[in-house]
Design a protein around this ligand. Structure first.
Ligand code: DGL
Length: 259
């Protein structure tokens, strides 16, 4: 039993899609969410810079007493989680594009993946892709521009629709039947994607799996919080708090913090 909070960080507001799954599955747990919006997007940055930013976020969460850290960012996971695991003494949960289930389920033998440049060019992604999707056509698309639009509150905009049209077209032409969302900002696009994609294309994201993995690691390390106290869910951003509030609702406090 352990009442310390779970720490969660992302390059910005997207990891709140993961926080929602964790909060749904583990409602007793205290959480601290860090949105490093000031440095978003991480996607176009080099590996060394992504590691540096991930260290900064991790150390801030550890200074606030977190018992486990969820790297709620595919780009930070695929580039920095090995480094974090080697240097800090708490369990880390990461998120990677769900290429394996997509490759297992496809009937057309073609799947699409939308992710950041940093994720698609990482060694970890190419290893997973080789291992599980070697006999599947994988249409990779860098979602350039999507994260900055979400970070500036333009989730529902004509610009977003125009970008997605460009990115989805080659995937639809290649007859994909699964679209893997490889960035934690993208689940917020699902309503729009459902409007734009042919009905037979299934959207896959890893949020729920991350929450289940978080629960099982907490169980394994005897770190679950079984008290019935009302949980505290704190959100910190070094950007505009209103952007997070628009995504998680007004029941939670979002504070500005310089980091
Ligand atoms: N949410 C991050 C991810 O999952 C976005 C990366 C970025 O900031 O470019 O990859």
């Amino acid at each position: 039993m352990n009442t310390q909070p779970i720490g969660i960080f992302d390059s910005g507001v997207g990891g709140t899609s993961i926080w929602k799954e964790i909060h749904r599955l583990l409602p007793n747990e205290d959480t601290i969410y860090l949105a490093d919006s000031k440095h978003a997007p991480y996607g176009p940055k080099g590996k060394d810079r992504i590691i540096e930013l991930s260290i900064k976020n991790t150390e801030l969460l550890l200074s606030k007493g977190c018992k486990l850290i969820v790297v709620a960012c595919n780009t930070a996971t695929t580039n920095a989680i090995d480094h974090l695991r080697a240097h800090y003494n708490v369990p880390f949960i990461g998120i990677e594009p769900a290429i394996k289930p997509a490759a297992l389920k496809t009937k057309t033998n073609a799947v699409g993946i939308l992710a950041t440049k940093g994720t698609l060019s990482s060694a970890l992604f190419s290893k997973t892709s080789h291992l599980f999707a070697n006999n599947t056509t994988v249409i990779e698309q860098v979602g350039e521009g999507i994260v900055p639009l979400i970070e500036s509150g333009k989730l529902h905009s004509e610009e977003m629709k125009a970008l997605l049209e460009i990115y989805l077209k080659p995937m639809i032409a290649a007859n994909i039947d699964h679209l893997v969302l490889g960035c934690t900002h993208y689940p917020y696009l699902i309503p729009l994607l459902l409007e734009m994609l042919p009905k037979h294309i299934k959207i896959i994201d890893s949020g729920e799996a991350v929450a289940r993995q978080t629960r099982s690691v907490l169980e394994k390390h005897a770190l679950l919080n079984n008290t019935k106290a009302i949980p505290q869910n704190l959100f910190y951003t070094n950007g505009n708090p209103d952007i997070i509030k628009a995504l998680i609702g007004n029941n939670f406090n979002v504070d500005f913090l310089s980091f």
